[in-house]
Design a protein. Sequence first.
Length: 336
Amino acid sequence: MKSVVIERPEVLRVQERERPQPTAGQVRVKVRYASICGSDVHIWHGHNPFARYPRVIGHEFFGVIDAVGEGVDAARLGERVAVDPVVSCGHCYPCSVGRPNVCSALQVIGVHLDGGFSEYALAPSGNAYKLPESIPDRLASLIEPFTIAANITAFLNPTGQDIALVYGAGPMGLTAVQVLKGVYGVKQVIVTDRLPERLAMAQDNGADRVINNSEISLAEQLAGIQPTLIIDAACHPSILPEAIALASPAARIGLLGFSGDTCAITQQSLTSKELSLFTSRLNSRRFPQVIEWINQGHIQPAKLVTHTLPLSQIEQAMTLFEKQPRTCCKVIIEMD
Ligand SMILES: [Zn+2]
Ligand SMILES: [Zn+2]
């Protein structure tokens, strides 16, 4: 089978590998479509501290179960499935309180384990979610990025009263916008970014107002509007202090970033407004929820897709994703 392997940082190859055999409790998925995420690019360039090399990357993928390991019902053969990349132990403290995404022994498919940019991929059977016919094959890999938005919004508990501010109109920001508007019916969603093309995408994804903060500060343009809910999907360490300053009293702030750099905030800036700060990593069993949202028409994954390329052009596809943020949002990889 063909697999996209990062042999070591900066060395990407499409390799011919042996088709893997599912072990007990696993299914093998014949992958049909996958999509590129920022973290795939980070593993390629050696910027993901969790990655082990060589690694088959790809954690957003869809396919059909074509083999099952011992103990898995053979009736699942032929099932159309989206795969949750979060593999957890099931018995540590975080797992016991429904937070497998921060399992003490966390393994992520495509990061710690071989992933879905491959003709075949293995997953625990419980991570392979059967899809309704209403979700087309070519959009099914986008369930995973929406689970990121599902996870953080579950902490933030948005309501129809909220004025939400989303930093960053990349894939993470855009999925958040769709969920805030389409699922929670938030009163107003404001999106800020430095690229006008990305802000146009934000409007297309449901943003009520967009603000380009490349020249005039966000504070000046908000002119006293105090967001009640803020999501940092741009993930720069300078954003948190600004978000705290702009937030309404009693606001909630959600962080998705993974920067190791410090940022300066004071207790007073948080406590005086009794702000709530939430962080969110990956997703905690949110696939069924997102599948239902798509099924009900609350979110539109098709709005994120700008390109489709075959697996053989993976390097061009990843370069496009990385270097052309004005024209490129989600890239779908089609298995040849
Ligand atoms: Zn991702
Ligand atoms: Zn665990």
